[in-house]
Design a protein around this ligand. Structure first.
Ligand SMILES: [Zn+2]
Length: 168
């Protein structure tokens, strides 16, 4: 009795024999495509500066065209972009939490990362940034001191000035 796998193998062999020319042709195409890729990469490495300069020049000359192409691409890839942005943001968020003492509210100890955020300990050093950009801002500033991980509930109290009393 032949197993399914063996039967498949036999069938594939028969097919290859019957379609020899086609197999040959496909192999040739595959080889050409892959060697082209490799030679393209080598060429790019050797001409990197020139290519980058040309790309830059093209972008400057075709500013409007580029804008149009980019916005069309963004429109077509909206979902993918949003997903990537969210993933990158979540990753950075976790890094920031780690640096400022772990994913845990500094006041009540809440560990629900979806409730946690970063808050400055001293309101005077409040950064000038959009609320959504705090993680990016911290990264750009090299993670300065004076920030803490806090949950939304505690931050609300903190913003009303009573949290200092809680902590004392
Ligand atoms: Zn809390």
């Amino acid at each position: 009795m032949t197993t399914n796998k063996e039967a498949k193998k036999k069938y594939a062999k028969r097919w290859r024999e019957a379609n020899k020319e086609r197999v040959k042709e496909n192999n040739k195409i595959w080889r050409e495509k892959n060697s082209r890729k490799e030679s393209q990469r080598i060429w790019y490495e050797a001409n990197k500066e020139r290519v980058n300069k040309n790309t830059k020049r093209w972008r400057e000359v075709n500013k409007d065209k580029r804008k149009e192409i980019c916005s069309k691409w963004r429109e077509a890839n909206k979902e993918r972009i949003n997903k990537n942005v969210k993933e990158r943001r979540d990753k950075l968020k976790l890094i920031v939490f780690d640096i400022y003492g772990g994913a845990k509210c500094n006041v009540c100890g809440c560990e629900d990362i979806y409730k946690l955020c970063v808050s400055c300990v001293n309101k005077e050093i409040l950064p000038k940034h959009g609320r959504n950009d705090i993680y990016k801002w911290l990264k750009h500033q090299g993670y300065p001191k004076g920030f803490q991980i806090i949950c939304f509930d505690c931050r609300r109290i903190y913003n009303h000035g009573t949290i200092l009393a809680c902590r004392a």
